[in-house]
Design a protein around this ligand. Structure first.
Ligand code: AMP
Length: 286
């Protein structure tokens, strides 16, 4: 166990701790993760620690949000390393429940799930059927356990942030959702637990994703207003790196995530691609 952080794995222990903190008038920050923590997660914990007296980091590889074809079994797990990183970033409590603790009837016997309509039919939702139901269900459970708090999510998963915001508002959770900027490697690749699947060569080639997003953003900044021209130029830029297999490239309204044809205000550029054994997503505001 790392100094200054307590590790618990049951809801009962979490509730006891929360009760005590509430009696003491502590503000509570919540940082939900799937573990394999890197400095991107660390930045969420630091943001939470700056706003709150206590910070709960959760580590749970949620089976509900993985399709049978995805990397659930292979997903990297390292609770000791995660606890150390979370503690160093300012977390007070690590909540690392088992699958049985989160889903007492088993993940295949979850009869009640949370499903956010409309924005989940696009982009990641279209490419990963069921993914967002899994995300919104587990996040709703964590919010139900945590109660009144501020919860920190990364813009790295821009659509997920939008889904969580909407879910919390629709279901009246007493949770303030805080979106945090994407942390990147020095050459621009967004930090991700899935970067571990990349070889050194793939990692260096994957920087084309961020380069392309910046290229699109700069085109817009220089006055281009036709989305199709921006996207065509970005596609050409991406095609220079044949190792990167594109899933989607989109220019969307930042609130609804619906494609924009003519750029008249703020937009978001989204990209998803496969590189080697990893599926990577990234985005940028423009
Ligand atoms: P994950 O464990 O990868 O599902 O992510 C847990 C939280 O960390 C989510 O809110 C992510 O958006 C956030 N996150 C992941 N990568 C980054 C990053 N590079 N910068 C900032 N936040 C991130």
């Amino acid at each position: 166990m790392s100094a200054g952080i307590r590790v618990v794995s049951t809801q009962a222990e979490l509730q006891d701790q929360l009760q005590q903190w509430r009696r003491e008038g502590m503000r509570i920050g919540l940082v939900p993760t799937m573990g394999a923590l890197h400095d991107g997660h660390g930045s969420l914990v630091r943001a939470a620690a700056a706003d709150n007296e206590v910070v709960i980091t959760t580590v749970f590889v949620n089976p509900l949000q993985f399709a049978p074809t995805e990397d659930l079994a292979a997903y990297p797990r390292d609770l000791e390393g995660d606890t150390k990183l979370a503690a160093e970033a300012g977390a007070t409590l690590m909540f690392a429940p088992s699958v049985e603790e989160m889903y007492p009837f088993g993940p295949a016997e979850v009869w009640t799930n949370v499903s956010v309509r409309t924005i989940t039919s696009l982009w990641e939702g279209a490419h990963r059927p069921g993914h967002f139901d899994g995300v919104s269900t587990v996040v709703a459970k964590l919010f139900a356990m945590a109660g009144h708090c501020s919860a920190y999510f990364g813009e790295k998963d821009f659509q997920q942030l939008a889904v969580v915001r909407r879910m919390a508002a629709d279901l009246s959770f007493p949770v303030r959702i805080v979106g945090c900027p994407t942390l990147r490697e020095p050459h621009g690749l967004a930090m991700s637990s899935r970067n571990r699947y990349l070889t050194q060569d793939e990692r260096s080639r994957a920087r084309v994703l961020h380069d392309t997003l910046c290229f699109g953003r700069d085109l817009i900044a220089s006055g281009e207003t036709a989305a199709d021209r921006v996207l065509a130029a970005m596609s050409e830029r991406l095609a220079e790196e044949p190792l990167v297999r594109l899933d989607y490239l989109a220019l969307v309204d930042p609130a609804s995530l619906v494609p924009v044809a003519t750029i008249t205000g703020a937009v978001r550029l989204l990209v998803a691609a496969r590189v080697g054994n990893a599926r990577l997503i990234d985005n940028i505001g423009a």
